[in-house]
Design a protein around this ligand. Structure first.
Ligand SMILES: [Zn+2]
Length: 372
């Protein structure tokens, strides 16, 4: 079992939902604690609030990982007289670190938008409602002595190279011979000074998003046995990868049917909706996590006639009906899928890397709204 620190978890989250996907206004990241703090107990929650802090204190939690950032408004004082500030003081006193991934999780592949679409059983092959980031690709070609191929390949994949669509660890290899003559001053891993050396090598090719270039080059330089690894770096003209918020899919259901499905999937006591005909059959349905009302026209443009989101106002709903769109306001709290989904993802990392870590999905967090 490997003891881990806050920074180890952050590094994996960064690969899953890179911070460059987050909006500029979004205060994601480590809001409390230090990155070299050892983590034995991790709690996962939608928000940091009085309930989750108390739960974390009782469980002896080292790090809380939340979707919504803990500090959204700038602080001018930090005294116990304001309830929210008092929560912050409690976190600091209890030495509990807090890390958040918000709009980067919303935009990530298989992040919040896809979790919600999954829960609503929208089929895969979904379209993004509001693209937020486009990313080009690079290719690295590196020549590695045969005996070190697996180690270098593993290092490349750990750095995030070789993810293509739904496939991981994608690479291409071909055998060949590398030649070199070490010169005075060299300290060769193979061969002798002044003597030409011929080594059986493998050419490995991997593709990766441009943002990972430094990671990937560092990984290959660290794992490669040679003093001077030879590699080529190419910028690819391939179609860029698009990230963004909300998902649309071809799916036939009425507003009424979707309401029933959402209530049962998320175990809701109720929800709001606006529809001129709840029995009308929709062919394209859109889902947008959080408060997505501002994006309904983008969903309409892409063919959706039912828009599912949270925090819809009276005037939002009026506008949508005027534009011929039915809306279901399932509440912002359906984003609590973050807790179960992220727990599963981190549990997978824990197994892969033999982390000595206990994961606690929050049990005390609940929706602030009730129905009567
Ligand atoms: Zn939210």
């Amino acid at each position: 079992m490997t003891q881990i620190k806050v920074e180890d978890i952050i590094q994996r989250i960064e690969q899953f939902a890179p911070s460059y996907l987050a909006e500029d206004w979004d205060p994601i990241g480590l809001s409390f604690g230090t990155s070299d703090k050892v983590v034995n107990k991790l709690m996962i929650a939608l928000d940091v609030d009085a309930d989750t802090i108390q739960e974390a204190q009782e469980l002896g939690i080292d790090l809380i990982f939340t979707h919504h950032p803990a500090i959204f408004k700038s602080l001018k004082t930090l005294n116990t007289e304001n309830p929210r500030r008092n929560e912050y003081i409690n976190l600091i006193k209890s030495d509990i670190a807090v890390f958040s991934a918000h709009t980067n999780i919303d935009a990530a592949d298989y992040g919040m938008s896809d979790w919600l679409a999954d829960a609503m059983e929208l089929p895969k092959g979904r379209e993004i409602i509001s693209p937020s980031y486009q990313e080009g690709y690079k290719k690295l070609v590196v020549y590695v002595p045969e005996r070190d191929v697996e180690e270098v390949r593993r290092a490349l994949h750990n750095a995030g190279a070789g993810e293509v669509g739904d496939y991981q660890d994608v690479s291409y290899s071909i055998k060949g011979q590398g030649r070199f003559t070490p010169q005075k001053g060299a300290d060769p891993a193979v061969g002798k000074i002044g003597k030409e050396e011929i080594v059986n090598e493998v050419r490995i090719e991997v593709m990766f998003p441009s943002q990972l270039t430094t990671n990937v080059i560092t990984a290959v330089q660290t794992a490669h046995p040679y003093e001077e690894p030879v590699y080529d770096l190419y910028t690819l003209e391939n179609e860029k990868k698009v990230y963004g918020y909300g998902r649309i899919a071809d799916y036939e259901a009425t507003t009424e049917e979707m309401i029933g499905k959402i209530i049962s999937k998320f175990d809701l006591a109720g929800l709001k909706y606006a529809s001129k005909d709840p029995k009308k059959l929709h062919k394209k349905i859109a889902v947008f996590g959080g408060a997505g009302a501002d994006y309904y026209l983008e969903a309409k443009q892409k063919g959706a006639t039912l828009f599912i989101t949270g925090d819809v106002s009276y005037h939002n709903a009026q506008d949508m009906l005027r534009d011929g769109i039915d809306v279901i306001d399932a509440g912002h709290y359906i984003e609590s899928v973050f807790v179960s989904e992220m727990s599963q993802v981190i549990n997978k990392w824990k197994k892969e890397e033999s982390w000595d870590l206990d994961i606690f999905p929050t049990k005390k967090q609940k929706d602030v709204f009730k129905f009567s």
